[in-house]
Design a protein around this ligand. Sequence first.
Ligand SMILES: [Zn+2]
Ligand SMILES: [Zn+2]
Length: 276
Amino acid sequence: MSSSQPYLHKNSDNAKHPLSALVGVPKMEMFESPASWICQAALSQGATREEFAEFLGLRKQDDPDLAFVAGSIGEFAVRCGVPRAHFEFASYMFGGLASIDPNGERFLSEYQRAARYRYCPVCLHDSKVKHFMVHWRFSAWRYCPDHDCLMVDACKHCGEYITLPTDMLKGGFGGYGIASLDYCMACGHRLSSHWKQALGEMHRLHLGFAEKTAYAYGRAVLAAIYHRRVRYINNGMYHNVGLKFLINFDELGLIPNKDSEFPSFSSANGTYAGGG
Ligand SMILES: [Zn+2]
Ligand SMILES: [Zn+2]
């Protein structure tokens, strides 16, 4: 297929694609991101992520999460034999973001032009089907409110950033493949191995006011996208404004969208001695 075509190829070529009638594709988990699901769906078909993305009509050069939600999720659901409803959370959130940040340049994490993810080791440990969540893609989302721990920047064992989608068939040590997304694609060690040490760490880190404020703003970004409104109080006055106002907050430096702003992000994300 030509790479110059838009996200979803609506021509009849798709119907003749060797992967046209799919069975056994896993459903998208409740808060799973498209980039994460593409990994699992490709693995279920013994396909590479490129083959699977091409089957969906997604172009290699586009952001996987934004391109997925810009496509026809109804058609994806039919062709993959999975419930459309499961795509709707990701579609709603990335769609909302795209209305103010069409390429995700301001709010989404990336590394070397690939979609980058942070993760909560406790969420990853607890999930039955290991997956990466929509909000983990957002640069501003720096801690997990469910487990009071910081989001992890990179694999604790080898220091590699997590970028998705990835080829699970070829990942891990020696390229022998990884069975689930809880394993590092680079070194094959378990990403959530230190989940017990991470649980509740926010209470032990003695964070300063600036960091606590930044975390709160980071969380508010996702709440604003969810509600399609920005609500804030200034000089005792309550304001309720459009989503675009998030750009103003970012330009004022209030949203932790840049990795270098808070040193404890990196120190707290250092390797845990004896993490097991
Ligand atoms: Zn968590
Ligand atoms: Zn690793």
